[in-house]
Design a protein around this ligand. Structure first.
Ligand SMILES: [Zn+2]
Length: 728
């Protein structure tokens, strides 16, 4: 995530003082501060221990401060090289330590690491803030920016100058006096609240478990039973244990006929951070919202959403609302039809009772079985983790000619497997770690990040080390890990992020990042290939018999792909909308979090009580403990791009068209943030993105209504006849 925080000279001095103490830190014996001798520049995970981080952070911050001071104190006229390039090259070691720490604190967090995190995060914010609010530094940046036309720069260099200047301004470099110190205070408070929000959520997740006996396990498939039994054993209990992690909760909601238990489990999930206990997040949400409004005003924006979107493809909150509003009505209508289909089945089981949100998965599965005769458990047997991994490696090879070679390398956990990624000419492209299974020390969900960044050193590309981290159904006994559709799709998704990082060929570190609403294009596009018959037949073989997945099953998967889309679009759009609603507040007024949610979703937009937003505010970590504040819409925005980009492959009649793939790699993936997202997209597609493929893929397209309302920027209005596969 981009760091948007800053500092006054007072804080700067403080940072320097603190950092000076670190000069006595012994770098010998601290693997984070030594040159690594590992093959391919992989971090020496086997040598890194929790106690190494703090001294390493301190020493690296000092190194960074020295580099910055050298830029400021230079007697030379400010130039591209002695300001922009020097800034870009500063803080490499700190970034490296931060990346490793960030990856490990989300995938392998113990108490010691958590303490380090609590201490070091505020220090780091302070450090970066100090740099971004350092006036002498900004004056040199501004001097180059103002004279950029005179330096004979190429496009990428110009973008570096403009982006650097813009980052300083967005961080408050143009503020003075009280306004500047107030911004500093706000940033510090936001950081502290952000950490508390995350810690509360972690505690709430851990505090809830549901231990069941044999008689309460009726209806649950063998895999689910085994997993729950192992979870109980791991917790030192007997029976079957369920938690609020989705791989544990969703199968229970889907298969258990015991309505009361379903309700108990889902209520536990919905109430995280909202239990009026010591881990309650409601006050934190209110405080963060108030501070973000104030911060936006200080920086000259009407609302926090205006501040965030100004730097994105969308440009304005209005453009975001326009997309979400267009999706909302048809999604909700479609969800209501799905509910009607379930209601008769529900009434037969529970006459006179009211359908609740915790009933949705169970009856949706019943309809799925009845209408599409698709049994997810049967499909899983073809989706072993190994198969899916081989499938995505195969796809990458077909598209881009790259290959993956298992290697032995230092690992931070025994569940990880490691691969060297080789380019078409067998040259080294990067290293990929896969860390698939849940554990107590890992955050929920799935993500992809990098341990070391791609950069240029003395004109040579230094390849990145990338990691995919998931919480997939683990192997049980002698049954391997068998993935659900969603999990297989997630795996392809994260792999798309990994390819984006692995292909990166970016000249300047500061231009590595793309716009937030572009980020999910490279990942989501991979989901389109996952269930294409041509690709599935290669990787989806039965884990025991090795039989290739039969055609009838592939067809059923395709027909069932639109099933429940009303529900999933509605819960996703509801989360995106509530995020926008919180952050587009122009003037803060006291908010009652529960009332805010219900007014904006139910009262104002008609959300039905049978559906909860994908994330309720008290556990919406993306926006209060992550980089998606006013950005949860990114997923839907990028979906317009990914569906339209995949349409190019469909139209070419070759799903793995080499020319298209080459353009997608070099014009788009390899560029990082060297060019604006829309410009890269147009270069690949030869046109503006079209919303229609996305609306169709979600089953939300109806000719007369949608075609008219498409006539809005920034997406184009072309209407094409396309058909699409799955999406999550
Ligand atoms: Zn993603």
């Amino acid at each position: 995530m981009k760091r948007l925080f800053l500092l006054s000279s007072l804080m700067f001095v403080m940072t320097m003082n603190l950092s000076c103490r670190s000069e006595v830190v012994e770098s010998k014996g601290n693997p984070l501060l030594e040159e690594w001798t590992t093959e391919f520049g992989v971090p020496p995970f086997d040598l890194i221990r929790a106690e190494h981080y703090e001294p390493a952070f301190e020493a690296a911050m000092q190194m960074h401060v020295d580099e910055i001071n050298a830029i400021i104190r230079s007697e030379e006229e400010p130039t591209f090289d002695n300001v922009m390039l020097a800034l870009d090259n500063a803080g490499v070691r700190l970034a490296e330590i931060n990346l490793i720490f960030g990856m490990l604190s989300s995938s392998d967090l113990d108490d010691e690491m958590q303490e380090v995190q609590n201490r070091i995060m505020p220090r780091l914010e302070q450090h970066y803030n100090a740099i971004m609010l350092n006036d002498s530094l900004f004056q040199r940046v501004k001097a180059v920016y103002d004279r950029r036309a005179q330096f004979n720069l190429d496009d990428v260099q110009t973008r570096l100058v403009e982006k650097t200047y813009n980052d300083f301004v967005r961080s408050g470099a143009l503020l003075e006096g009280e306004a500047k110190s107030r911004l500093m205070e706000i940033n510090a408070e936001l950081t502290a609240l952000n950490i508390r929000f995350g810690n509360n959520l972690l505690a709430e997740n851990g505090n809830f478990t549901m231990l069941l006996n044999e008689s309460q396990m009726e209806g649950l498939p063998e895999g689910v039973r085994n997993q729950a039994q192992e979870a109980a054993v791991a917790a030192g209990k007997s029976g079957y244990l369920f938690t609020l992690d989705k791989p544990s909760m969703i199968p229970f909601l889907t298969y258990s006929p015991n309505r009361e238990l379903r309700r108990q489990l889902y209520d536990g999930y919905l109430k995280r951070g909202d239990n009026d206990n010591e881990f309650d997040n409601k006050q934190i949400i209110e405080d963060m919202t108030r501070l973000r409004v104030e911060k936006a005003h200080l920086l000259g924006y009407k609302s926090y959403s205006h501040y965030v979107t100004a730097d994105q493809m969308a440009g304005t909150p209005e453009a975001v609302y326009e997309l979400l509003d267009e999706i909302w009505e048809p999604a909700l209508e479609s969800a209501k039809r799905e509910l009607e289909e379930m209601k008769s089945l529900f009434a037969a089981d529970h006459p006179e009772q009211v359908f609740e949100s915790s009933d949705w998965w169970y009856y949706a599965e019943k309809v799925r079985k009845q209408k599409y005769q698709l049994d997810e458990e049967a499909v899983r047997k073809y989706l072993s983790l190994d198969n899916v991994r081989d499938g995505m490696f195969y796809l990458a090879n077909r598209l881009y000619g790259i290959s993956f070679r298992p290697i032995t390398a230092p690992r931070y956990h025994k569940d990880c497997s490691v691969y060297q990624v080789l380019d078409t000419d067998q040259s080294h492209l990067g290293v990929l770690y896969l860390d698939p299974y849940p554990r107590k020390s890992k955050s929920g969900g799935a993500w992809c990040g990098y341990f070391t960044e791609q950069r240029y050193v003395d004109g040579e590309r230094k390849a990145p080390v990338v990691g995919i981290v998931c919480n997939f159904t683990p192997p049980v006994g002698d049954t391997p890990s068998l993935l659900t559709f969603d999990e297989a799709e997630t795996m392809f998704h994260e792999f798309g992020h990994a390819l984006h990082f692995l292909f990166a060929d970016v000249r300047y570190r500061s231009l590595a990042e793309v716009e937030g609403d572009f980020v999910e294009l490279p990942s989501q596009i991979m989901e389109n290939w996952a269930f294409e018959p041509e690709i599935m037949k290669v990787y989806a073989t039965h884990y025991r018999s090795k039989e290739v997945i039969p055609d009838y099953l592939i067809e059923k998967i395709a027909t069932a792909s639109l099933f429940n889309q009303g529900f999933s679009t509605t819960e996703l759009a509801a989360a995106a909308l509530i995020d926008m609603d919180v952050h587009s507040m122009e003037n803060f007024t006291d908010m009652d979090v529960r009332a805010f949610e219900s007014y904006n979703l139910a009262t104002r937009r008609g959300l039905i009580p049978e559906i909860a937003p994908r994330y309720r505010l008290p556990y919406f970590a993306h926006i209060f403990n992550g980089g998606y504040s006013s950005g949860y819409y990114f997923y839907l925005w990028a979906e317009v791009l990914d569906k339209d980009a995949f349409a190019a492959f469909k139209q070419s009649r070759d799903l793995c068209d080499k020319d298209l793939a080459r353009s997608f790699r070099y014009d788009l993936l390899a560029q990082g943030g060297q060019r604006p997202g829309m410009e890269m997209y147009r270069k690949f597609r030869g046109a503006d993105p079209d919303k229609l493929p996305m609306l169709k893929a979600r089953g939300l397209w109806s000719e007369p209504v949608i075609v008219d309302s498409l006539a809005t920027e920034p997406f184009n209005t072309a209407v094409e006849e396309l058909s699409f596969g799955d999406e999550q």
